[in-house]
Design a protein around this ligand. Structure first.
Ligand SMILES: [Zn+2]
Length: 456
């Protein structure tokens, strides 16, 4: 990661090069929402593909699903979200800004343990210590209220007959409710895992820091169902696999660390994050949680379906434990972009911005660039061959130097330049993004040349 990188620089690059735009931008935006553009969607898709390949395709004990976002509301009673998924919030009556009461206290009083405080205790604390509004400096608060984090919508077409349903705040419930289906149809033996990539929604007011925290976000996660006696081994195994994965995607070891949770949910046996050193500092990148048998026991209770597993070898009947491994696709995309960014000083005194993505993650693998416009017919032939194999960009506008810089900024690992010699001998110039070295290759060899360099 470049030490000159700030979040503002990254946001500007994303906006100007088509990675990420502000959500609903022409209407002045919409807080904590972002739209991936033509370049960003390729990067994010490649990250998701790499995750799926590593954890589903290459693991015979893991099965994928794609569950519905809208679930039977009973699911959220069983999970505990209906009762307790909320933040304590209060509004400043002077400037109308809204804050989380726990954050307000934590920021001023570092050694106060807000997690054990009730709503009332937070309210009293803020009054006793005259905690002022960080925005306008006044002391003029509404009472502290619990603000629900699940987005509600309703189902039903006849007025007055609507039922409340929720946009899911986490994807993992889609795996728990399909535990029996997957086990039966795939003839799966415990231990096995169910994996999913999908969107979740949380009605949070906390400032987002670009893609770091958004009200809708995509999760890549799996739930490993195992015997309680093996559960700590799988927990440690996924800690290692999770760390290996983000390193293999190009994140530097020195920017990654484990953070073990000291305070655990009442049902949890162990929990940790992997943190990444974002431009905003060390923050959670992904989580590995030992959830005990909480999830399956709750769904057994609320659905009335017995979710115990009968081991065919030992005849033992037990409720599997769950090890959860979860990583945010948007947050990981932000980490990958932060790591890849470099402002490189060149020998001629100029500076170029380069995104050093691993080739398999790069939005475009190859850019096809005719040296001059009257070479575009030949260039389009080459593009037609390459685009059957890879995502390619095509650009014939402006000087070749400017076109190289643009490809550097979106992280394209290879540029193929078509010149007048190409018409004579069917060779092209291939330029490497990182070294800027150029070599001359026969057109009929370039597909296999790129394939070798791009593989994950
Ligand atoms: Zn205020």
């Amino acid at each position: 990661m470049d030490k000159n990188l700030t979040m503002d620089k990254l946001v500007n690059l994303c906006k100007s090069r088509g990675f990420v735009f502000q959500g609903s931008e022409i209407y002045g935006g919409f807080a904590n929402t972002w739209d991936f553009g033509p370049v960003g969607v390729e990067l994010k898709n490649n990250i998701k593909k790499a995750w799926w390949k590593r954890f589903v395709q290459e693991d015979p004990q893991t099965f994928g699903v794609d569950a519905a976002i809208l679930m039977n509301p009973r699911v959220w009673e069983a999970s505990g979200h209906v009762q307790s998924f909320s933040d304590p919030q209060l509004d400043c009556k002077s400037c109308k800004y809204r804050f989380r009461a726990d954050n307000l206290i934590e920021e001023k009083f570092k050694d106060v343990d807000v997690e054990v405080m009730t709503t009332e205790e937070m309210q009293n604390f803020i009054e006793e210590h005259k905690v002022k509004c960080p925005h306008c400096g006044n002391f003029n608060w509404t009472p502290v209220r619990q603000f629900k984090l699940m987005f509600e919508t309703s189902r039903g077409t006849v007025e007055g007959e609507k039922d409340v349903v929720y946009l899911r705040p986490e994807t993992c419930q889609g795996e728990y409710v399909n535990f029996l289906n997957v086990q039966r149809t795939m003839r799966a033996k415990v231990p096995f895992a169910i994996a999913q990539i999908g969107k979740s929604f949380r009605n949070e007011i906390t400032p987002g820091n670009f893609l770091f925290r958004t009200v809708e976000f995509e999760q890549m996660e799996l739930q490993k169902f195992c015997h309680p006696k093996d559960s700590m081994d799988f927990y440690n195994d996924y800690k290692k696999r999770a760390m290996d994965f983000v390193c293999d995607l190009g994140l530097e070891k020195e920017n990654l660390r484990f953070h073990d949770h000291e305070k655990l949910a009442h049902y949890a046996k162990a929990a940790c994050d992997i943190q990444y050193n974002f431009p905003i500092g060390w923050q959670e990148l992904n989580g590995i949680h030992h959830r005990g048998d909480w999830d399956l026991s709750r769904h057994s209770e609320f659905s009335g379906k017995n979710m115990e597993y009968l081991d065919p070898f030992t005849n033992e009947k037990f409720l599997p434990n769950v090890i959860e491994y979860s990583i945010g696709a948007d947050r990981l995309t932000l980490a990958i972009m932060s790591e890849a960014y470099e402002e490189e000083k060149l020998e001629n005194g100029e500076t170029r911005v380069v995104m050093h993505f691993k080739p398999f993650l790069a939005p475009f693998k190859v850019a096809v660039l005719p040296l001059q416009k009257n070479l575009s017919e030949k260039a389009k032939e080459v593009y037609a061959v390459l685009s059957k194999e890879f995502m390619c960009d095509y650009d014939e506008a402006g000087s070749i130097g400017k076109r190289y810089r643009r490809q550097d900024e979106i992280g394209t690992p290879f540029c193929v330049t078509i010149d007048f010699d190409t018409l004579e001998d069917d060779t092209v110039t291939v330029r490497d993004r990182d070294t800027m070295a150029q070599e001359r290759l026969k057109i009929d060899t370039i597909v296999s040349y790129f394939e070798k360099k791009i593989k994950f």
